[in-house]
Design a protein around this ligand. Structure first.
Ligand code: ADP
Ligand code: TRP
Length: 321
């Protein structure tokens, strides 16, 4: 089985990215073959500052490695190092209907929020499809919001196969069952666009301050809170605490007689502990960026070879080679 996923370097990673997506990548790296890339071409639809994009791309690679992605088991590379993918993207674009892309929720959402749409944003799912099809990926671990794009990819692959023969492998999306939505500090879905994130590698002190400012309800301390599973703090705690700590916390909520300040402190303590090891690994990697660049170059070598084979297959099938 071949696993592939990509993540955009549009900001520093937050808990939502980790528990909703990155954690799954890392769990799946032991499959026969795995490909993980930093989607810097996708990021270009929003980031227009070259130094920032370079820095965020390197930071993303460092973060993934620090969080446990092992370059001896997985291929890690930058999307822009595989030009074959952009070429494949054109072959797919030529057969993509406008309607299919107009129906994509992520595009519709951005438009609705008044974000000026460029053509890159509109065709985003087609580049994403090329990313996936270029490596004959079987499984694509993603956050729930990306499932529609995987469906687009399957549609495009089926239609190409239908017209030109059996060229592309049909991929499947894979979402972690309980990862659906990590709440942000305001209780809404955590997202950098909502400015409510807890960054993975923020210094412990400012992170603790953010946690202490998380919005809570105004029910009196003594009141039991049997609906603890809906509580933002509890949902965050569950991600970083041990099972027995969670069970104790659930009891406390059901009993009542506690202040949210206590829970916030518990969340911050558990987070410090949970991320201590990756934090130390990150510092070590950040001190040796040349090693990280080497890892990306090695990953790109493997990825280019595979993408080259698939591109040739597609070019021959549609008659441009
Ligand atoms: P953001 O919303 O901060 O811009 P991205 O859209 O770049 O984050 O998301 C990258 C990956 O992380 C996606 O696969 C997405 O599904 C996942 N993800 C982002 N935020 C969350 C969240 N709050 N809960 C679960 N998964 C998330
Ligand atoms: N669109 C994905 C996201 O925002 C990133 C991405 C780009 C991707 N290409 C991909 C994910 C291919 C999986 C497969 O999270």
């Amino acid at each position: 089985m071949r696993v592939l996923s990509g993540i955009q370097p549009t900001g520093r990673f937050h808990w939502g990215n980790y528990f909703g997506a990155i954690q799954q990548y890392i769990e799946l790296q032991d499959e026969d073959e795995s490909y993980y890339f930093i989607a810097n071409l996708h990021a270009l639809t929003t980031i227009r500052d070259r130094e920032l994009l370079r820095q965020l791309t390197l930071d993303a690679a460092i973060d993934l490695l620090a969080l446990g992605l092992d370059p001896n088991r997985a291929n890690l590379f930058a999307q822009s190092d595989i030009p074959e993918v952009s070429e494949l993207c054109w072959l797919l674009l030529s057969g993509t209907s406008m309607g299919l892309l107009e129906r994509c929720v992520s595009f519709k959402d951005k438009k609705a929020r008044g974000i000026q749409a460029n053509v890159g944003l509109f065709t985003y799912p087609v580049l994403m499809s090329a990313d996936i099809l270029a490596y004959d990926a079987d499984v694509v671990p993603v956050g729930e919001d990306q499932l529609q794009h995987i469906e687009v990819c399957r549609d495009l692959a089926m239609s190409f196969n239908h017209q030109f023969g059996d060229v592309f492998t049909l991929p499947k999306g894979k979402v972690l069952a309980d990862s659906a939505k990590v709440p942000g500090t305001d209780g809404e879905k955590m997202s950098k666009s909502y400015n409510n994130t807890l960054e993975l590698f923020e210094a412990p002190k400012p992170q603790r301050k953010k946690i202490m400012r998380i919005t809570t309800d105004s029910r009196p301390m003594e009141e039991p809170k049997p609906d603890y599973e809906d509580d933002t703090l509890f949902q965050l705690y569950r991600l970083v605490a041990t099972e027995s700590e969670c069970a104790e916390m659930a009891e406390l909520y059901q009993r009542g007689g506690f202040g949210y300040g206590e829970v916030k402190k518990a969340v911050a303590d558990a987070a410090d502990r949970y991320f201590a090891e990756p934090r130390a690994r990150r510092e070590e990697l950040a001190a040796h960026p040349e090693r990280v660049r080497e890892i990306l170059a090695d990953g790109a070598n493997v990825a280019r070879k595979k993408a080259g084979d698939v591109l040739l297959r597609a070019q021959q099938a549609c008659g441009v080679k």
